[in-house]
Design a binder for this molecule. Structure first.
Ligand SMILES: [Zn+2]
Length: 352
């Protein structure tokens, strides 16, 4: 299957943090094509293993982590008239919510829309502010009594959106953060079918990154990798986006540089990108946090970690936009990096 189609299937599968089952099934389907073993763990992460040749003595392991979960909505209250209040799971952009179509995942799936006070009726000063999620409601047309038979506090709401192909290789859809990373895991394992590698590769689609990073923490604890790389999205360029905090779409993956990443891993990724003429950008991150790289770095007694990121516009919206070529280049860089891993590189990591 073409990478674009893999990405479409992954983004169309649904998996809000803590409730990743459907996305888990699609991920298992695609990763299992290129791995020797695969299973989902108790927390909802998917762990695929592709064994290396291991001519270097003991079995060395690299863990690749891209998060499986996505942000979403949860019902908190049903008011008289059937208006439902909601809260966010993860950092959804509230400004994009009014006007969205949703499916309430109750005892049966119920169609709904997110409404708010019309601009004509807003008080002076209200109209130039972002409407708070507490002032929005989901309207299904049904009464409170009807809804109470099918929906309860804690029922999830799925925002409906479609996979859009735009010009110049651009694609837009919700949950590109971080199914694009999961797609890059699939593509990396696919490329490793024809590239020899010594180390065992654990490709992990991690649960719950958007709320806690628990999936990366628990899988790294269990697998005890020698080295780890997180794959996530970063800010794409665009109007009003600070130049120094954004990365151009189509110019390659961003290589994380900063205290959260082992300097020799960052350097090796940069050197290999130059050697193999793989487009890339450098992402300066002076503080740790925000991705699975932190959970990996502080797991066990500390795991040497790195970060590769795909530039993406409109983060945490229903139209997260990226270029497919950046995922391909990320997978190429990662597969080259893995094929070059040996015990000497690991020894070198211990000497700062
Ligand atoms: Zn992410």
């Amino acid at each position: 299957m073409e990478l674009k189609d893999v990405l479409q299937e992954l983004t169309e599968a649904w998996g809000i943090s803590g409730f990743e089952e459907k996305a888990e099934d699609v991920t298992v389907k695609h990763l299992s094509t290129y791995s020797d073993e695969i299973k989902a763990d108790g927390l909802g992460s998917v762990v695929a293993l592709k064994r290396g040749e291991q001519t270097d003595g003991r079995r060395y392991k690299i863990l690749l982590a891209a998060h499986l979960d996505q942000i979403g909505l949860m019902i908190t209250k049903i008011e008289d008239g059937g208006f439902m209040h909601m809260t966010k799971i993860g950092g959804i952009d509230e400004s994009i919510l009014p006007g969205q179509r949703v499916h309430i995942m109750g005892k049966e799936i119920i169609d709904g829309v997110i409404g708010a006070k019309p601009p004509h009726l807003q008080e002076s000063g209200e109209s130039n502010k972002v409407i708070s999620i507490s002032d929005m409601y989901i309207d299904t047309g049904r009464s409170k009594e009807e809804l109470e038979k099918m929906v309860e506090v804690g029922t999830l709401a799925k925002i409906e959106s479609e996979f859009i192909e735009l010009s110049n290789g651009c694609l837009a859809m919700q949950a590109m953060d971080d199914r694009a990373g999961v797609a890059s895991l699939v593509e990396t394992l696919r490329r490793l079918q024809i590239r020899r590698h010594q180390w065992d590769v654990y490709a992990v689609a991690t649960a719950q990154e958007e709320v806690s990073g628990l999936g990366a923490m628990s899988t790294a604890f269990r697998i005890e990798p020698d080295l780890a790389i997180a794959i996530d999205v970063t800010f794409g360029d665009g109007p009003g986006i600070p130049e120094q905090r954004s990365y151009e779409l189509g110019k390659g993956p961003a290589i994380g540089i900063g205290p959260n990443f082992h300097p020799k891993i960052s350097k090796k990724l940069c050197d290999l990108a130059s050697e193999y003429s793989i487009p890339n950008q450098s992402e300066y991150a002076p503080y740790p946090g925000g991705t699975d790289a932190y959970s990996l770095q502080v797991s066990q007694v500390g795991i040497p970690s790195g970060l590769l990121s795909i530039p993406l516009r409109n983060m945490h919206s229903t139209v997260e936009l990226l270029k497919l070529v950046d995922i391909k280049n990320l997978a190429e860089l990662l597969s080259v990096f893995i094929s070059e891993l040996d015990s000497a590189f690991l020894e070198d990591l211990k000497c700062f």
